[in-house]
Write a protein that binds this ligand. Structure first.
Ligand code: 16G
Ligand code: MG
Length: 537
């Protein structure tokens, strides 16, 4: 069938492109003030419908701006595999979002259809949203975009981002994929993985960022019963002004403090914090004046130990195990992982799509960003090997193999997931017999400092080597190298943000004073070489 241009234009005319808005796909989809988004979201509906027709499988859209303030919104685009939109389509997403008018949009659709020989026909796009008030209008915009090219929008309602990714993946594998199935699968896998271990006495305190994760965790708690007790904080979902406000994983990780609404006593328990769309997770505990933060790096270290223990017990040490990090990983975590036997450590640019792609290359790939985005990928070839072990080996071997299978089910294979991550961490703590203190003591973080620097045009800063080296502007890397060499254990890098109009700086050193000094020097170099505006945020 051919594209019904009349229908496309009739839809598109309701969502005019504002000339002053130039959307950019960024690190993980489009994001901006919600009032500027209807046109972009409508066009994402069109795009994902065409992607579904091209692949012959369901795709997905999540309306969310994650940890951003409530007045923002955004869109995350989901492949049939459950992963994020294929990078090969990102440039097209940008062009579509920036088409100046309806005719230009129709022309671009024709270009995409002929370039990929897409046959217009039946297709489904699953659409979910987080708890922002602007979701209603944006879900409608996505639905209009999907239907005006002849596909069906399947409204999944209020969900966490990873839940929708999981549902799309399972749907296309023709497996049970309802919201209920998600909670059931996670709870059952957790029970299998921890069978035999003592149920923890401690209640897990979870800061839910006043976001959609609060609802999801309540449902998960119902399924878990007495197996794991959660006490939820910051659960005011949909209450104006509350979402991500002084709480949530991003706040706790960046500010190094507990959520403002929680008392010191509450923060001194076994605490976890998730973000507004529940794809980030960090743990923390107040110890006197300081907050012990167990970030994505620490989670990766803990899960690497768990995987190694299970592999050893199953007699399967010859598998390829990789841990994927970004340049933001604390140097101490990288060193810790590098000394683990049979473990390869790799660094990729920032953004889940890069880490996920690298982790997939291992039999077992663990990936985490320091900010708490991540999961454990367990590939099919490995699972097949595992099944053979289960059948052939003795009782102990079989038990470990079953646990590895349970871990593969518990870990979201589509994308990083705070709920799945929470259960993996709890299982790991039980099976490795650790508490937050002994987990935290696996290694000591090097002091670090992050800064944001405003420059006239952040695209002048170009990086290489997984963002660890600045290749432009000229002289910047030389300056950074010199500064890093002047302090003990100094390391510094800069990169243009993919979500904000700033250049980010990360520095670490043996002392906090030196890390601060190094970050300041990097900011000074940026001002001088990349045209700083003087406004440091
Ligand atoms: C997005 C990314 C996150 C990354 C962050 C970096 C996904 C799902 N999310 O939130 O992984 O750490 O952007 O932001 O990929 P930045 O480019 O502004 O530093
Ligand atoms: Mg998020």
């Amino acid at each position: 069938m051919a594209l019904d241009v009349g229908k496309l234009l009739a839809g598109s005319v309701q969502y005019p492109k504002l000339p002053e808005v130039s959307p950019s796909y960024g690190t993980a989809g489009f994001r901006s003030t919600a009032v500027l988004l209807p046109c972009t979201v409508f066009r994402c509906g069109v795009l994902m419908a065409l992607r579904a027709m091209h692949t012959g499988a369901a795709t997905g859209i999540v309306i969310t701006a994650s940890h951003n303030p409530e007045q923002d919104n955004g869109v995350k685009l989901v492949e049939p595999s459950g992963h994020m939109l294929s990078p090969s389509w990102e440039a097209f997403a940008d062009r579509l979002a920036n088409a100046p008018d309806d005719d230009a949009l129709a022309e671009l659709c024709h270009e995409l259809i002929s370039q990929h020989s897409i046959s217009i026909g039946n297709a489904t796009v699953m659409v979910a949203h987080d708890s922002r008030p602007s979701a209603v209008a944006l879900v409608a915009a996505a639905g209009d975009g999907i239907s005006c090219v002849g596909a069906t929008a399947y409204a999944c309602g209020l969900l966490t981002t990873p839940q929708l990714h999981w549902m799309v993946m399972k749907c296309n594998r023709k497996l049970p994929h309802s919201k209920e199935d998600y909670f059931h699968t996670l709870a059952e896998a957790y029970e299998q993985l921890t069978a035999g271990a003592a149920t923890p006495d401690e209640v897990i305190i979870v800061d839910c960022a006043n976001g959609v994760g609060a609802n999801a965790l309540q449902q998960l708690q119902e399924k878990l019963g007495a197996k794991l007790r959660l006490k939820l904080f910051n659960t005011e979902v949909g209450v104006a002004g509350k979402l991500n406000a002084d709480c949530g994983a991003d706040f706790v990780q960046k500010e190094r403090t507990g959520p403002a609404s929680m008392t010191l006593a509450e923060c001194s328990g076994r605490c976890a914090s998730i973000d507004g769309d529940a794809d980030r997770l960090v743990f923390f505990s107040q110890e006197g004046d300081t907050l012990a933060l167990l970030d994505g790096d620490k989670i990766a270290a803990l899960l690497a130990l768990l995987v190694q223990q299970l592999l050893k017990a199953a007699g399967l040490e010859d598998v390829s195990l990789g841990v994927v990090q970004t340049a933001y990983a604390n140097g101490a975590s990288t060193q810790f992982l590098q000394q683990l036997p049979h473990c390869t450590v790799q660094c990729t640019p920032t953004g889940v799509k890069h880490l996920h792609a690298a982790a997939e290359k291992f039999d077992i790939g663990i990936y985490f960003e320091a900010n708490g985005h991540g999961t454990v990928l367990i590939g099919k070839p490995f699972l097949e090997k595992l099944q053979k072990t289960s059948q052939a080996g003795g009782e102990k071997l079989q038990e470990a193999a079953r646990q590895l299978e349970a871990l593969a089910t518990l870990s979201n294979q589509a994308v990083g997931d705070a709920l799945s991550g929470l259960l993996m961490v709890e299982a790991a703590l039980q099976l490795l017999q650790k508490d937050l203190q002994s987990w935290g003591a696996l290694y000591r973080d090097l002091p670090s400092r992050q800064r944001k620097v405003s420059v006239r045009d952040r695209s002048v800063v170009k990086t290489a080597d997984a963002e660890r080296k600045a290749v432009s502007p000229a002289g910047l890397q030389e300056g950074l190298d010199k500064a890093a060499a002047s302090v003990k254990s100094g390391r510094v890098f800069v990169r243009p943000s993919g979500t904000e109009d700033v250049v980010r700086v990360y520095a670490e050193a043996a002392t906090q004073e030196d890390a601060d000094g190094l970050a300041l020097e990097a900011a000074r170099l940026l001002h001088h070489l990349a045209g700083g505006t003087g406004a440091e945020v």
